[in-house]
Each structure stands twice: as structure tokens, then as C-alpha cells.
Design a protein around this ligand. Structure first.
Ligand code: CO
Length: 208
């Protein structure tokens, strides 16, 4: 794909949308009211709206390497805050994916420069779940399980955000942990139950 193709594709898309609804962009420009906040990986093979069958206006998206929810990440926390407080999304999703290069890098020991401290958060997940991961003999199975556990831990990190805690307490927000399987195209609900994993969110400023 080259740049000319991008603009040609855009023109085709605009015409198709207007063909279906002459007011489409006029309506879209009036505002957004998405039900979903989606936090996923930057991987080009995991496009949020495509795998969810969503259209513009339906999903508020934040993507970074390995779908991390770092509570010191001003960008991620701003997205979460805006989604929960102002857009009042009903669902907050952390979506990982099998074959995630970020998680794979965390399992290795290469010097990747600025990515090293970033990967530390994924290595913390490995340390927290060391016993379970060490018991998995098959490398691919261990890799897949770490991807799932990372999603679970990032869901827990989400509950450490004070606005998320208030929304959970009010019953207006649900947190979901999903994995996208690039090998099959299927979206898998991991059934992450944050209230069972930790009890902190009933106390707004609890930090455990
Ligand atoms: Co990834």
C-alpha cells in the first residue's frame, strides 16, 4: 500500500458512505457516544473496529505495545478518564492477542533500548504468575498463557484508576478481558472477573 492508494481509498470510502446516507458525516460530526472503551495492542493485525464489527462512533480506542494499562501512563489514563467520566462507556475492554511481539520480547532478554523499561511491566506479570508459567512445559502454550495473564493483570490495573473504581461501585461499568486469536480470527472472552481477583474497588482509594 502506498500513500496515493490511501487517499484514493479514502475518496472511495467517502463516496460510498455518502451514497448510503448523504447526512453520514454531518451526523458523525455532531458527537460521539460509544458504549465501549477498547484498550488493545498496536499490532497492525489487530484492528479494533474490524474484529468487533464496529463502525465509527461505537468504540473509543487506545492502543499501545502489548495492550498495557500502566497507571503512570498519562496517555492511557487520560483515555480511560475521558471514556469513563465524560463518555460514560458501559464496557471497558482490555484485548490482547496471541502472537504478540511485545509479550514475546518480554519473555526474552535482548537489549531493546527504551523498550526495556516498558517491558518491565510485562515481566512483572511473569513474576506474579511464575509458578503457573513455569509449570507449562510447552513454549507456545506458555507464551499463550502469558498473553492471557497479561490481559488479566491489565484489567486489574484498570480497577486501580479512581474513576473506574467509582463507576464499578456505581454499577455503570463492566470490565472485560479478551484475546484475539490471529490464527483463527476469533475473539475469545477470558471471563475475567475483577471483583473475584481483587476486592480493592469497593474502597475508592485502596491501592492493593
Ligand atoms: Co501485540
Amino acid at each position: 500500500m502506498n500513500v496515493e492508494e490511501v487517499f484514493s481509498n479514502n475518496a472511495t470510502w467517502v463516496n460510498a458512505q455518502l451514497g448510503r446516507d448523504p447526512e453520514y458525516f454531518n451526523s458523525l460530526s455532531k458527537g460521539q457516544a460509544p458504549d465501549f472503551l477498547y484498550i488493545g495492542c498496536s499490532d497492525s493485525r489487530v484492528p479494533a473496529e474490524t474484529i468487533m464489527g464496529a463502525v465509527p462512533g461505537e468504540v473509543f480506542v487506545h492502543r499501545n505495545v502489548a495492550n498495557m494499562v500502566n497507571n503512570l501512563d498519562l496517555s492511557a489514563m487520560s483515555v480511560v478518564n475521558y471514556a469513563v467520566v465524560h463518555l460514560k462507556v458501559k464496557h471497558a475492554v482490555v484485548c490482547g492477542h496471541y502472537y504478540c511481539g511485545g509479550v514475546q520480547a518480554a519473555m526474552g532478554s535482548s537489549d531493546l533500548g527504551i523498550i526495556n523499561p516498558y517491558l518491565k511491566s510485562i515481566r512483572d506479570v511473569m513474576r506474579i504468575h511464575k509458578d503457573e508459567l513455569d509449570a507449562i512445559a510447552d513454549d507456545d502454550a506458555r507464551y499463550r498463557r502469558l498473553i492471557e495473564l497479561n490481559v488479566q493483570e491489565q484489567c486489574i490495573n484498570l480497577t486501580k484508576n479512581p474513576e473506574v473504581q467509582q463507576a464499578l461501585k456505581a454499577g455503570s461499568l463492566q470490565i472485560h478481558g479478551w484475546v484475539f486469536d490471529i490464527g483463527t480470527g476469533k475473539l475469545i472472552d477470558l471471563g475475567v472477573d475483577v471483583s473475584a481477583l481483587q476486592s480493592g474497588y469497593s474502597d475508592t482509594f485502596r491501592i492493593d
